[in-house]
Design a protein around this ligand. Structure first.
Ligand SMILES: Nc1ncnc2c1ncn2[C@@H]1O[C@H](COP(=O)(O)OP(=O)(O)O)[C@@H](O)[C@H]1O
Ligand SMILES: [Mg+2]
Length: 275
């Protein structure tokens, strides 16, 4: 079965059938910032299942970043609940490593080399609780930064800087990676390479990824589930699930990929017309 829009009933069935795999659930989450007149997000219902590659797709300003920030506790919702049903995945002060955030900009510290930038979270959290150096070298290898350990951010291309940023997010061995348009500043070929790579990393580390993007192609290529959003206020418009579909190695060049891109693109268009 290919990609399809989930009805409310199917969504509920998914929740019931996959309860034990449920990692995060947003229930009726709304957000109104003090400085704005209207709600920025309204009644967001969203599930994240274990080892999902879930994309939140929507145009600029629809509230994607705000959803991620609420999920990691950077900002508070004004209504609704965000549950992390499996306590293992709870991101608490005793267990800060379960969630990591990759921002749109690499945000590297210019006076630190690649190695020290990657190590930074371990310094901030309790370093002793991790096998620090061994782990760092594994991750450097995984993201393709071997040989660049001594480089400084100014010596790196945009793509390499983003690799450092991803490595820094992985160094605490998170289970869930929240990524906010991480490749949007990169040129097409770097985007291509890094999106392949993020799939490889996800598989190897058995990560659950929540990925925010405004790129239809990227969301279709990377995800098994997509939430399409509409704006003003930000709402979930439609949900796609293609978890039971094998994506071939050359998926990006298959007619299937183009068909599915069209389906998601139409959904986004309908979402925009509904605003
Ligand atoms: N700190 C804030 N204060 C006031 N309004 C905000 C704040 N952060 C975001 N917003 C508003 O919330 C809406 C969604 O923003 P955002 O989550 O950044 O959208 P996206 O990531 O989809 O581009 C926007 O209208 C934005 O102006
Ligand atoms: Mg954003």
């Amino acid at each position: 079965m290919g990609l399809r829009i989930l009805s409310e009933k199917e969504r509920q069935k998914n929740i019931d059938d996959n309860e034990s795999n449920l990692i995060a659930q947003l229930q009726g989450v709304s957000k109104k910032f003090k400085s704005t007149k209207n709600e920025s997000l309204h009644d967001i219902n969203l599930e994240v299942y274990q080892e999902d590659f879930l994309s939140i797709l929507g145009s600029s300003g629809c509230g994607k970043t705000t959803i991620l920030k609420m999920m990691c506790g950077l900002i508070k919702s004004t209504a609704g609940k965000i549950n992390w049903p499996t306590s293992n995945f709870q991101n608490s002060s005793e267990n800060p490593a379960n969630l990591s955030f990759v921002f749109q900009e690499p945000n590297l510290l210019p006076w630190m080399n690649v190695y020290d930038n990657i190590k930074l979270p371990l310094k901030i959290y309790k370093e002793n609780s991790y096998k620090a150096d061994e782990n760092i070298y594994d991750i450097i290898k995984l993201v393709g930064l071997e040989g660049f350990e001594e480089y400084y951010p100014r010596q790196l291309s945009g793509g390499m800087s983003m690799r450092v940023s991803i490595a820094r997010a992985l160094v605490t061995q998170p289970k869930v990676l929240l990524m906010d348009e991480p490749f949007s500043a990169l040129d097409e070929t770097r985007r291509f390479d890094l999106s392949q790579e993020i799939l490889k990393i996800k598989k190897e580390k058995k990560l659950t990824v929540v990925y925010v993007t405004h790129s239809i192609y990227e969301s279709v290529f990377l995800s098994n589930r997509i939430y399409v959003m509409q704006s003003n206020p930000g709402k979930i418009f439609e949900e796609f699930d293609f978890s039971n579909q094998e994506k071939p190695e050359d998926y990006r060049f298959t007619p299937q990929f183009f068909e599915q891109t069209k389906i998601v693109s139409d959904s986004l268009k309908r979402a925009q017309n509904a605003e």
